[in-house]
Design a protein around this ligand. Structure first.
Ligand code: GLN
Length: 488
């Protein structure tokens, strides 16, 4: 096996023992990128020289026998909505095309302290709005399992980079499913942590009450190791929680006896994709065989989740995106002779934002406007509470919930791009998680006849990521979906 095909924990071990250098690993990753990036398009920015420099510094530390972290020297790809000092952060938007971040996001700072090697920034739906990565202003990312299909979104570049072995680890962000859905469609592991578990400082805001950063990885151990580094309180994010961070690798036990798993009946509906349904039900049967207690439960307000999300997320986005006006940073319209400041704002925003972002700003502004606020925004907030109460009630009876991650496997590029409603329904199984602030993971649980990956979603109570990791790890020990590689 080539170095870039290994997991992060395997590479971390080899580096620690001095059997390979971080430089060799980093070079193998860039060799892979040179070979397949033209076909996949996972990245919007590559930082090869900086990465090799960073890798040599880690190797130097190892030669000097300095103490290093378990992931020291491992190459990681970062979604392009997280700030790395001195590197472009575009959010795949023309409005930030030339924006170089002047500081590090907290997650980046922590990864730097632990000597991870940053290889580049990954493609995404513009400002994380989308489910297919087709909303990027720069390029379309292809699913490594079938180049004619989408990788999911909005963290499609990160998921595709992991699936194609162009990166060993990646970070994504999840507001309504953007880590889990692409993980599912690309056959990798993707975890959205509890709201408040990982600092959002330096993550470009989409919908602040829902956004959360999390890992995309090749297996559960890598996910646990990365969580160890990025989790924890940060005084720079007022919504981050001062709650102890466990050693997540301690949850990697191959035993789920007596774990109570709830299966929400609203997530298995008539007309859903048969292959997805079969794979997920097979996985549930396997977990039962391994000792879990399975129980059907009900989350009656599920049917409102998509509507609630698209009111709240757009309302928050319309406010967050008001800051892009071409004055302090980012793109400014070069049209000559603006007659007023307002005209300059309008030109700048008109040129800089893509259609989906404009659609959401308009929807959100409408939902917040005087006269409509009570009918839309306030009502959506109330229904959000009902969705959360359903979930709280479920966790009185169960330790975790299991559902499909996405109602369908990957779909053809272009298939849903002209039908926003159809696209919005891609997140029907992931959105409630964000509304309730709970953690959720997607792990590979099968393939369709056409060889497209299928994902299983596991949800737990706030700050119970350890239960997720335990169940996911046990499942992984008894299956080998996660070991399959696409032929590119
Ligand atoms: N697909 C959803 C949306 O378009 C979720 C995006 C996300 O999680 N960032 O809003």
């Amino acid at each position: 096996m080539k170095l870039n095909e290994l997991t992060a924990h395997e590479i971390g071990e080899l580096i620690k023992k001095g059997e390979v250098s971080s430089e060799e690993v980093t070079k193998s990753v860039f060799k892979r990128i040179e070979k397949v990036e033209k076909t996949i398009n996972s990245f919007v920015t590559l930082i090869k020289d900086e990465a090799l420099k960073q890798a040599r510094l880690v190797d130097e530390k190892i030669r000097k026998k300095e103490k290093i972290s378990p992931l020291a020297g491992v190459p990681i790809a970062i979604k392009d909505n997280m700030c790395i000092d001195g590197v472009l952060t575009t959010c795949s938007s023309k409005i930030l095309e030339n924006f170089k971040s002047p500081y590090d996001a907290t997650v980046i700072k922590r990864l730097k302290e632990n000597d991870l090697v940053f290889i580049g920034k990954t493609n995404m739906d513009e400002f994380a709005m989308g489910s297919s990565t087709e909303n990027s202003a720069f390029k379309i990312t292809h699913n490594p399992w079938n180049l004619e299909t989408i990788p999911g979104g909005s963290s499609g570049g990160s998921a595709a980079a992991i699936a194609s072995d162009e990166a060993i680890l990646a970070l994504g962000s999840d507001t309504g499913g953007s880590i889990r859905q692409p993980a599912s469609l690309c056959g990798v592991v993707g975890l959205k942590p509890t709201y408040g578990r990982v600092s959002r400082y330096g993550l470009v805001a989409f919908a602040s009450s829902l956004d959360q950063i999390g890992p995309l990885t090749k297996d559960i151990r890598d996910c646990a190791l990365l969580m160890n580094l990025i989790s924890g309180y940060d005084e720079r994010d007022s919504t981050s929680c001062d709650y102890p961070v466990p050693d997540y690798t301690k949850s990697l036990i191959n035993d789920i006896k007596e774990v109570r798993i709830g299966v929400p009946k609203e997530y298995f509906v008539k007309g859903m994709d048969e292959e997805v349904e079969k794979s997920v039900k097979d996985a549930i049967r396997l977990l039962e065989k391994l000792g879990a207690k399975i129980e059907e439960i009900s989350l009656p307000h599920t049917e409102y989740a998509v509507a609630v999300y698209y009111l709240l997320a757009t309302a928050e986005a319309s406010s967050n995106l008001a800051r892009y006006e071409g004055v302090k940073y980012g793109r400014r319209s070069q049209v000559a002779g603006h007659r007023s400041l307002i005209e300059m704002y309008e030109e700048t925003r008109g040129e800089g934002f893509g259609d989906e972002v404009k659609r959401r700003i308009m929807l959100g502004t409408y939902a917040l406007s005087a006269g409509y606020y009570d009918a839309y925004y306030l009502k959506a907030q109330k229904v959000r509470t009902l969705v959360k109460e359903d979930i709280d009630k479920a966790f009185e009876k169960c330790d975790c919930l299991i559902t499909p991650t996405s109602p369908t496997p990957s779909f053809k590029i272009g298939e849903k791009i002209d039908d926003p409603l159809k696209m919005y329904l891609s997140d029907i199984f992931t959105i409630s998680t964000n509304l309730a602030g709970i953690p959720g993971i997607s792990i590979p649980c099968g393939f369709t006849k056409a060889d497209l990956p299928i994902g299983l979603q596991i949800l737990t109570k706030p700050f119970a990521e350890e239960t997720i990791l335990r169940v996911a790890h046990t499942y992984e020990q008894h299956t080998d979906w996660h070991k399959r590689k696409p032929r590119i």
